[in-house]
Design a protein around this ligand. Structure first.
Ligand SMILES: CC(C)(COP(=O)(O)OP(=O)(O)OC[C@H]1O[C@@H](n2cnc3c(N)ncnc32)[C@H](O)[C@@H]1OP(=O)(O)O)[C@@H](O)C(=O)NCCC(=O)NCCS
Length: 199
């Protein structure tokens, strides 16, 4: 599975992912029921240069999970969504681990996530990641302080980020990209020429 940060050019993929969620999954993700219009305007406001939108891709380069880290004044807010048929396979946990690392690299000193109190998978993910969970009026809040990034963290992030990008292009098919860049590669081969004798 490839996991990498999305760029501003992938806003429509984020929109498609969220709009495809059924009402109950929208409620779990956003802690309230949202119409298509509200989701769409939320996606329009995503700031890809300030915030981190991590996507998990399947082998057909389709997004199967999204994780967001939105930078606030004193802390970063995280949020997660994995497609229903891909849940329970550890994707949410990997997205959380990568987002925590991203927060560290960005110098964010505290992260939190808000979820409905009956959301067992999110609670388990947060607890396992060392977050402290508190609940008020049916809504849970999990938070964790972040240590400063070490040189080792930074190196690991750069290597993993680079590998995920190369892996992504691999999933799209290097051959396909090659043929776009070099259309002649698809043309029918010329018949072999009779060798010209060297004088
Ligand atoms: C929360 C969510 C992202 C988790 O994604 P996931 O890929 O299923 O997560 P994982 O497979 O890593 O599982 C996380 C934990 O939940 C547990 N879990 C998974 N599905 C479960 C289920 N149906 N019931 C109970 N526990 C479950 C796993 O066992 C794991 O716990 P563990 O680490 O103690 O073993 C996913 O359920 C989801 O998209 N939910 C809708 C959106 C949402 O709730 N977002 C959170 C608020 S922002």
């Amino acid at each position: 599975m490839i996991i990498r940060p999305l760029t501003v050019y992938e806003r429509e993929a984020v929109r498609d992912f969220y709009l495809a969620l059924v009402p109950d999954d929208r409620r779990k993700r956003f802690c309230c029921s949202l119409s298509d219009e509200t989701i769409s305007s939320y996606v329009d406001r995503i700031d890809f240069s300030r915030d981190t939108i991590l996507a998990a891709f399947d082998e057909r380069a389709q997004i199967i999970g999204l994780a967001e880290l939105v930078r606030g004044a004193g802390a970063g807010e995280m949020a997660f969504s994995v497609l229903p048929d891909r849940r329970g396979q550890g994707i949410g946990t990997v997205l959380l681990e990568k987002l925590l690392m991203r927060a560290k690299i960005c110098g964010i000193r505290k992260v939190f996530v808000i979820f409905l109190s009956d959301n067992t998978p999110m609670r388990r993910m947060a607890t396992r990641a060392g977050m402290t969970v508190s609940t008020v009026d049916g809504e849970s809040h999990a938070e964790r302080e972040m240590s400063a990034a070490s040189a080792e963290d930074l190196t690991r992030w750069i290597i993993e980020d680079g590998l995920s990008r190369s892996g992504y292009f691999g999933t799209l098919g290097i051959a396909h990209w090659g043929s776009l860049l070099n259309p002649c590669a698809n043309a029918s081969p010329e018949p072999p020429k009779t060798p010209v004798p060297v004088a």
